[in-house]
Design a binder for this molecule. Structure first.
Ligand code: SAH
Length: 353
């Protein structure tokens, strides 16, 4: 039995079942036993991999798209370059390398990272000297244009799940049965904040909400509307929520989300409609499929240029990485790219809808 399961079982015995959001927060961020707080989960030897870990091309093109948005808005100096959830720092390191020859960009940028995990902060510090770290996004200084990237950050935010029952909702919760964690449902209650969803759901449908998303995205959108800037947000999901997307991954395999608390990555799909609403008064472009975004930015030409210097196994791996990032049956369709930008400036290239 894991120490975290013990803690959760005791808490549930004392105060009753907890929401999926509380369960996710404990599993991912518990100070001693949390999944992110205790380890580096990324890469081939870890539990899952991400686009920047698959190929340098992802970060290069993200960097150039953001630099173009910076040029489009008059190349303001200084400005804040920010990333929440930078993982190993790979995406930002690739972005910085690709933008080294954009005149003035490096001199003007002030790098701010938001990271909850001490072990990942250490990994980021090795690759991104000179950055400033924060626990929360709203701690980043708020007096300069904000250019921000986030890849697979929003899918780690805690979600709540509700099942429609007549005009009310039953919340899916985590309870206990002897020494096991089990899913349960509350009694149905009408919920004012879910009233709009009575129009597009039927009895028995499940919907998901992300309680932290509106404030986080509102913070980003508010700053971009006031100070200028742009945000590129990449994650899996779509427009609206459809059913149960709560999942656990360990060792590159899907596992039962309740079986190993703190030992598996827990995620849910991102609702890009909710994200666009929360970005107001800034504008939101997209979401466009990741494969379409990367093709628009010229990933195939970049892939060919890199391929000309490779052979054998390295070439095979490079070709596979290009396919993995862009092909609709791989990450190309499931992952989406949305951009937050001022209403008075064009969206970053590749995100136009
Ligand atoms: N963007 C990276 C890593 C994605 S994994 C990549 O693409 O490879 C999710 C990242 O978000 C990790 O760095 C994790 O520690 C961080 N994270 C998750 N929840 C967080 C929170 N509430 N606050 C700050 N960082 C968080």
């Amino acid at each position: 039995m894991t120490a975290l399961r013990d803690t959760l079982l005791r808490r549930i015995a004392a105060t009753g079942p907890i929401s999926i959001a509380d369960y996710m927060t404990e599993c991912l961020l518990h100070p001693e036993h949390g999944y992110y707080t205790t380890r580096d989960p990324l890469g081939a030897d870890g539990d899952f991999t991400t686009a920047p870990e698959i190929s340098q091309m992802f970060g290069e093109l993200m960097g150039l798209a953001l630099a173009q948005a910076w040029l489009d808005q008059g190349a303001s100096s200084p400005f804040i370059l920010a990333e929440p959830g930078p993982g190993r720092g790979t995406l930002m390191a690739d972005m910085l390398r690709a933008t080294a020859r954009v005149p003035g960009f490096h001199d003007a940028l002030r790098l701010h990272l938001v990271e909850a995990s001490p072990s990942l902060r250490a990994a980021q510090a090795e690759r991104l000297p000179g950055a400033t770290w924060h626990d929360r996004l709203d701690q980043i200084p708020d007096d300069l244009p904000l250019f921000l990237v986030a890849n697979e950050f929003f899918d780690a935010l805690p979600i709540r799940q509700f099942i429609r029952d007549g005009a009310g909702w039953r919340e899916r919760v985590v309870g206990r049965e002897e020494d096991r964690l089990v899913f349960g449902l509350t009694a149905p209650v009408p919920l004012a904040e879910l009233e709009p969803r009575l129009d597009d759901t039927r009895d028995g449908d499940m919907i998901e909400t992300s309680p932290a998303l509106p404030a986080l995205v509102g913070e980003i959108g508010g700053r971009i509307a006031r100070n200028g800037g742009a945000a590129l947000i990449v994650d899996y999901g779509g427009r609206g929520t459809t059913g149960d997307s709560f999942q656990a991954v360990r060792g590159h395999q899907k596992v039962d989300p309740l079986s190993e608390p703190g030992q598996a990555d827990l995620t849910a799909h991102v609702d890009f409609d909710a994200l666009a609403r929360a970005a107001s008064p800034a504008a939101c472009a997209g979401p466009v499929p990741q494969g379409v975004f990367l093709e628009r930015l010229g990933i195939t030409a970049r892939a060919q240029a890199l391929a000309s210097r490779l052979s054998g196994a390295a070439l095979d791996a490079h070709v596979a990485a290009h396919r993995r990032l862009t092909h609709p049956e791989e990450m190309g369709d499931l992952f989406k790219v949305a951009a937050i930008h001022p209403r008075t400036a064009p969206p970053p290239p590749g995100t136009e809808t």
